[in-house]
Design a protein around this ligand. Structure first.
Ligand code: FAD
Length: 461
């Protein structure tokens, strides 16, 4: 067995490495099927694959334990469910290693298992194209680009595509994701949709291309390919001082804190309820976080000790204690008045002043009448004032080649492409609402399904 890894050694492991490391398991099977279908809503998924998901997801935790991982439950039933009101939500059980979320924990268990089996990993080696037999249409190998010249690899039994989503491909983002002018990864910068293009080139159908885990609202600077989370927005941080986020029209557009209270984990991975329906939260571009001097002086606006994300682990930036370095770099803009600040960032001063007056009135009343924000209801009052440009960000895309219950990649007519499998967020089965822990859960479930079926293929002569 051979693994191709586009990232160089040291930066391997994709989103799986820098994720929060929570995974979900589901049981019993029929309740899990009910919950998954409820998560899909009108974006239905073929029932054979839903059953395969429900059955295999239930085995995740025993499997992690069999690899030596100390799996500890962190949320059960409606407590662990992201959408506890949906039918079947009691099937969810959330786990992580040693009982606390934080990057690399599960990944290290999986990595150690690969190392122990002496599975060869070719680093800095990008899969470029699948080689397909022109007669049988079987996938017989991969053309790659590595440190040396391009080369081809022959697959004895099958190829399993697990090269993630398209978080770092702005063209695909514009083509496939509604209302996102741009979006940037919280995780690996190496997921550029290569697997999706490779699969398309051999006749794969696509599914769930418009579904993402996000948007979030983070800082993106040219020096770093992935985004940085800013402390004031963090769901578990309460800082003195005022903070709002406004769009190009100078107005707020949603609660700035990730404080929607659904389930224990307090997130809905970017979905908000509007007119009785869950829709993807708006992520206009540009956006600006506006803060007052009290908040600016309260400490660094970015903190590498947050528990996940590429820039917290692999491309660490040491933010200055008093935010002065970032002010000097121009990442933060400053002005003595709100009107002056608005002009500096190209917004209408009257619109921004009106928004801040409204926000301050909500804070006095203790009620964000527009967006129901419940945390950090502090007015923006002490100058000077500061603005930081915020970009839409996400943790994963869910779309990619359609797969069947055997984890084979299929064509538009539903027939499978011989000897081609997939797992993970490259064509995830999440079509609409996303249950936290579902991505890593699915990676393991369909990883095992594809691995078993690929290993059972008759070796090619
Ligand atoms: C910050 C963050 C937190 C998250 N937290 C959680 C969580 O707690 N629970 C959960 O379930 N999900 C979480 N997710 C989502 C989850 O991490 C991902 O959906 C999941 O890890 C995807 O796994 P994957 O194997 O499909 O892709 P990845 O883990 O991203 O791996 C893809 C790999 O393919 C490589 N690659 C890309 N293109 C090529 C190519 N052409 N040739 C060779 N190699 C290639 C990449 O370098 C990468 O190593 C989180 C995501 C992020 C970013």
């Amino acid at each position: 067995m051979l693994i191709l890894e586009k990232a160089p050694k040291g930066e391997e492991g994709g989103n799986s490495r820098v994720a929060g490391q929570g995974w979900c398991t589901v049981a019993p099977v029929n309740t899990a099927i009910t919950y998954f279908n409820a998560l899909c809503g009108a974006y239905t998924v073929e029932q054979g694959i839903v059953r395969a998901w429900a059955e295999e997801m239930g085995r995740n935790t025993d499997w992690v334990k069999s690899l030596g991982g100390n799996a500890v439950e962190i949320g059960k039933g409606p407590e662990g469910a992201e959408f506890p009101d949906l039918p079947g939500a009691e099937c969810v059980r959330m786990y992580t290693i040693d009982g606390s979320l934080g990057y690399e924990r599960l990944w290290k268990v999986l990595k150690a298992s690969v190392d122990k089996r002496r599975i060869e990993v070719l680093y800095a080696t990008q899969g470029k194209e699948l080689i397909q037999d022109s007669q049988t249409k079987e996938i017989i190998g991969v053309r790659t680009e590595g440190k040396g010249a391009p080369f081809s690899l022959k697959a004895r039994r099958a190829v399993v595509l697990t090269c993630g989503g398209f978080e770092s491909n702005q063209e695909m983002i514009r083509d496939f994701l509604p209302n996102l002018v741009c979006c940037y990864p919280v995780g690996t910068p190496y997921n550029t949709g290569d697997g999706i293009k490779m699969a398309m080139a051999v006749g794969a159908d696509l599914w769930h291309m418009n579904n993402i885990s996000g948007p979030w609202y983070y800082l993106k600077v040219p020096e770093f390919p992935s985004v940085m989370e800013l402390v004031p927005q963090h769901q578990r941080k309460e800082i003195p001082g005022g903070m709002i986020i406004v769009a190009a029209d100078g107005k707020r557009f949603k609660s700035e804190k990730h404080d929607v209270t659904y389930g224990k984990h307090n997130v809905t991975h970017g979905k908000i309820k509007v007119a009785g329906q869950w829709i993807q939260a708006p992520a206009p571009y540009p956006m600006f976080m506006i803060i007052d001097h009290t908040l600016f002086s309260a400490g660094p606006l970015h903190d590498n000790n947050l528990y996940h994300g590429w820039n917290s682990l692999l491309k660490v930036y040491n933010w200055s204690e008093d935010n002065s370095a970032e002010l000097a770099k121009g990442w933060i803009k400053k002005a003595a008045t709100i009107a002056g600040l608005a002009r500096k960032i190209g917004l209408n001063p009257t619109a921004v002043e009106d928004t801040i007056n409204k926000w301050n009135a909500y804070c006095s009343a203790g009620n964000d009448a527009e967006f129901g924000r419940t945390k950090m209801l502090s007015p923006i009052k002490d100058g000077p004032f500061y603005a930081i440009e915020i970009s839409p960000a996400f943790s994963s895309t869910q779309g990619g080649p359609r797969r069947n219950a055997r984890s084979q990649i299929v064509r538009p007519d539903g027939s499978s492409i011989p000897r081609l499998y997939s797992a993970g967020e490259l064509g995830s089965i999440h079509s609409y609402l996303y249950q936290g822990g579902g991505n890593l859960g699915e990676c393991m479930a369909f990883g095992r399904i594809s691995g078993r079926n690929a290993a059972a293929e008759k070796p090619r002569v």
